[in-house]
Design a protein around this ligand. Structure first.
Ligand code: TLP
Length: 361
């Protein structure tokens, strides 16, 4: 294999020629003065697509989630979220470190949802011992549960629950576009019950940089302050917003291809001896699989795959994650399955000597 096939994430996607052209031609201004017409256009577009009053452009998904949490909560408030949530697992504990927000996790179910009865059970009563439950955060699609889609009825039920208890609902929608395509519904419908939503342009949609947070006008006014506080207000950011606008115009519908490729990959891998996964659980572009060959671990298999030009991250002792994306075609998926088969064969033939523990996410 001469070229690398990179399935580490959909974050590795590079901007399309149309994006680069739009960036070169973007009309810009100082966005801290609200004077960048391209950023303003993007924010209006995102708000409209998500059915919210307003939106704010931010540098990353992590920043979007952070400023959303900071905008909903005061120091010492509590946020309920899944124990597999990106906000909990992978954001440097920023909501606690920067916002002083207390995380209360409940287990994500294998389908990515939180059991709403469990969520309700941990909402705090009015007692001077307790922190105030201020926020529930969901993730759609749920990354660590395998890109699982949280359906419309579930999102609505979570919104009802939050509203009944006077708690806000935030949705980490880094891959909300994937969820909407998988369900065949408009993104706005999926987050109709949410008070705030973060979405990303630079994962499956292949823009180079950027996310956005959407919500009510008052909420986004506060979110702009929080963006400023974390140093995230940008100036001629229209250069970046221009690529994001192309991403929204041209890159959402094609996510269906990534989903079909992920299913093809899952079926190919499931047929191999030494790999465990249930292909029917793959709903979008994320494929988690376990290596079940005695004596082999995920770090080792990942290394053997890298030697074959296939990049797949280990995410646990025996678990790996492959993410299909804009640069991966069906032909490459077939090559990946062949590379995994060959790596497993090499592994089976290798003496178990000198193994060194590696790290994984
Ligand atoms: N996820 C990355 C890694 O951080 C794990 C990936 O490769 O999947 N929410 C969700 C659900 C995400 O998956 C990610 C990125 C983020 C937020 C953060 O986005 P960025 O990387 O733009 O800060």
């Amino acid at each position: 294999m001469s070229t690398t096939i990179d399935l580490r994430s959909d974050t590795v996607t590079k901007p399309t020629p149309a994006m680069r052209a739009a960036m070169a031609e973007a009309v810009v201004g100082d966005d801290v003065y609200g004077e960048d017409p391209t950023v303003n256009r993007l924010e209006a577009r995102v708000a409209q697509m998500l059915g919210k009053e307003a939106a704010v452009f931010v540098a990353s998904g992590t920043m979007g989630n952070l400023i959303a949490v900071l905008s909903h909560c005061q120091r010492g408030d509590e946020m309920i979220l899944g124990n597999q949530a990106h906000i909990f697992m992978y954001e440097q504990g920023g909501s606690a470190a920067i916002g002083g927000v207390h995380p209360r996790t409940v287990p994500n179910q294998p389908d990515g949802t939180l059991d709403l009865q469990q969520v309700e059970d941990v909402i705090r009563g009015d007692d001077e011992h307790y922190p105030v439950t201020r926020l529930i955060a969901l993730e759609n699609t749920q990354n660590r549960c395998g890109g699982r889609v949280l359906p419309v009825a579930y999102m609505d039920a979570a919104g009802d629950l939050a509203q009944r208890h006077g708690v806000a609902l935030h949705v980490d929608g880094a891959r909300l576009w994937n969820a909407a395509i998988a369900l065949g519904v408009a993104p706005a419908r999926l987050v109709a019950a949410a008070d705030s939503v973060s979405v990303c342009f630079s994962k499956g949609l292949a823009a180079p940089v950027g996310s956005a947070v959407a919500g009510s006008t008052a909420f986004i006014r506060r979110a702009r302050r929080m963006r400023k506080q974390v140093g995230g207000s940008m100036r001629q950011a229209g250069i970046l917003a221009a690529a994001a606008l192309v991403a929204l115009d041209e890159m959402i519908d094609r996510l269906a291809e990534d989903h079909a490729n992920a299913r093809q990959l899952a079926e190919g891998l499931a047929a191999l001896d030494g790999i465990n996964l249930a292909p029917e659980s793959v709903q979008t572009n994320i494929v988690y699989f376990d290596v079940a060959l005695p004596g082999t671990d995920a770090v080792q298999l990942s290394g053997r795959l890298a030697a074959r030009g296939v990049l797949i991250n280990p995410t646990g002792a025996r678990r790996l994650r492959a993410v299909t994306n804009y640069h991966i075609s069906s032909k490459e998926v077939a090559a990946v399955v062949a590379a995994v088969e060959s790596a497993l064969q090499e592994e089976a033939a290798t003496e178990e000597v000198g193994r060194v523990a590696g790290s994984y996410r």
